[in-house]
Design a protein around this ligand. Structure first.
Ligand SMILES: C[S@@+](CC[C@H](N)C(=O)[O-])C[C@H]1O[C@@H](n2cnc3c(N)ncnc32)[C@H](O)[C@@H]1O
Length: 282
């Protein structure tokens, strides 16, 4: 498998397939689990926002949403293990796209949490967005690369509706350029799970220019296993270069992420991080 410019194995091909089978099949093999670990934190974030703003149905934008995994987990009573099982069980390789979509639509119909948030997804991959929208995981989509381009008027109109921004496995692919273009619209609250090999500092600094404050949750989260010893060696080098100590974490065979929250109100980020640190992952 090829490596990307950051030293990680490149999984790029699984994010542009017409359906999510390569995504779930490949990521299951490396025990990718950050969306499942993020679920209670994003749920708590939504609850905190609902309580403070009195808005029962906030709009959540998942940045780098791919096939809508975070929206599926947040809007449905299901787990990543169940999605892995659904997409890798015997015979699933023989199903056509419509049959796969039917199963996902049934999941949304039968397992949705009533009156919850609305979910928008932003991604550069058209096929992933099209699938997630057809399945009913996402209520609306923005296909864009805000690393390069400003939002067009239709994209801006959607960004203006966003109350909360979340992501898993995406900061690193996207930088402060994307987050800045999103934040300028409606000044949404943000929660990003970021691999420890990537610094959140440039994002936090850009957001601070817009009046945001950032805090981290005092915990680390297993993202996935290294795909090989060679990948682990590359990442340990990258961490050493960034001055991050891998002892007891990446040195033991897993990539780890940290959770950062940003709010556009002075003095509010630490309170939100501390509310989120009460989340139980048992
Ligand atoms: C590692 S995947 C994470 C997907 C998903 N959030 C998850 O946790 O499985 C990164 C995603 O970011 C998307 N992406 C990469 N560069 C992007 C960009 N410049 N703008 C928007 N999305 C981008 C990719 O298409 C891919 O879906």
């Amino acid at each position: 498998m090829p490596f990307d410019s950051t030293g990680k194995i490149s999984f790029d091909h699984i994010y542009t397939a017409p359906d999510p089978r390569p995504y779930y099949g490949t990521l299951r093999r490396v025990d990718y689990q950050i969306p499942q670990l993020a679920k209670p934190y994003f749920t708590k974030l939504i609850e905190e926002y609902q309580a403070e703003r009195g808005n029962p149905q906030p709009t959540v934008l998942d940045v780098g949403c791919s096939y809508g995994v975070n929206a599926a987990l947040l809007r449905c009573e299901t787990s990543l293990d169940e999605l892995y099982a659904q997409y890798t069980e015997p015979g699933v390789g023989d199903l056509d796209r419509e049959a796969l979509l039917d199963r996902d639509r049934r999941l949304v119909r039968t397992h949705s949490i009533p009156d919850g948030a609305r979910f928008f997804g932003l991604d550069a991959s058209g096929p992933a967005l099209a699938y997630a929208r057809s399945a009913g995981f996402l209520d609306n989509t923005i296909r864009a690369d805000f690393e390069q381009d400003d939002p067009d008027p239709a994209q801006q109109a959607l960004l203006d509706q966003v109350d909360l921004v979340v992501s898993t496995g995406c900061v690193g692919y996207v930088t402060e350029r994307t987050i800045d273009r999103i934040a300028r619209g409606s000044r949404p609250w943000m929660a990003h799970f970021v691999l420890r090999m990537f610094s959140y500092e440039p994002v936090a600094e850009r957001l601070a220019e817009l009046g945001y404050e950032t805090a981290s949750v005092d915990e680390v989260f297993r993202q996935r296993r290294f795909a090989s010893g060679e990948e682990q060696a590359h990442i340990l080098d990258a961490l050493a270069g960034a001055g991050v100590d891998p002892t007891g974490l990446e040195s033991e065979g897993w990539l780890y992420a940290q959770l950062y929250v940003s709010r556009p109100v002075k003095g509010a980020a630490a309170g939100l991080a501390s509310a989120l640190s009460t989340v139980s992952t048992e």
